[in-house]
Design a protein around this ligand. Structure first.
Ligand code: DX5
Ligand code: ZN
Length: 217
């Protein structure tokens, strides 16, 4: 699969979200971080903003739910227009049922792992998913330093995906920048979320192109 770059609007100007989506022309998906101040110690946005953004923008939305009780809430994000919905396995009561529900409603189903959550217990769940997200920072905030200690987990996950011959996308989120993206790509990631590295740049669209080039090399 080719490389995908998903800018995270967590680092964008929340008062100008439609314009900020246009500023990353050429990006594959717009990454939308939903935080509830329970699963993570931060609060961002919810269903109504996702609904408005999906109407205002052509770029598909990749919703990353850092919330408790995703079993209850994830379907509403599909209905709001998200093309991909990621729930955290640490928060889900019934991840298989939830992934099936997200797919049945017409979105890509994705499951996220915090840094201390291993992939191995979830090997048998992988066919139920369209994407797996490995967090490379503790979720909650943009602008944190990339955790190099996650590289072995990325490699082991890539090996499991290949062993089973799955189409599953492998997404990395946290601290992705021009300095770290090559290491992640080499370890087997193919979908890269970048917040501060894109929206902190003078030219966000150029930053997306630069990241794509480095990851594709
Ligand atoms: C953090 C979020 C990330 C965040 C990444 O919990 O899930 O998507 O926006 O920001 P950077 O790229 O600045 O680390
Ligand atoms: Zn995220």
């Amino acid at each position: 699969m080719s490389v995908q770059i998903n800018p995270s609007i967590l680092s964008a100007d929340f008062a100008r979200l439609a314009d900020e989506a246009k500023a990353v022309e050429g990006a594959d998906w717009l990454h939308v971080d939903v935080m509830d101040n329970h699963f993570v110690p931060n609060l961002t946005l919810g269903v109504p903003i996702v609904e408005s953004l999906s109407r205002a923008s052509d770029i598909p939305l990749d919703c990353h739910l850092m919330i408790q009780d995703p079993d209850r809430w994830a379907p509403a994000y599909v209905e709001a227009g998200a093309g991909s919905v990621t729930f955290h396995v640490e928060a889900a009561a019934a991840p298989v049922r939830l992934a099936r529900e997200i797919r049945a409603k017409g979105a890509r189903a994705s499951m996220a792992l915090k840094p201390a959550t291993p992939i191995e217990p979830y090997e048998d769940l992988l066919p139920e998913l369209d994407m797996l997200l490995i967090m490379t920072v503790e979720p909650g905030f943009g602008g944190q330093a990339f955790l190099d200690i996650m590289l072995p987990k990325i490699r082991r996950t890539r090996a499991l995906i290949d062993k089973h011959g799955l189409e599953l996308w492998l997404q990395i989120d946290g601290g992705v920048s021009e300095r770290t993206i090559e290491r992640c790509a080499e370890a087997g990631a193919d979908v890269f979320v970048a917040g501060s590295a894109v929206y902190g740049a003078d030219d966000p669209a150029a930053a997306v192109r630069g990241l794509r080039e480095l990851a594709s090399a």
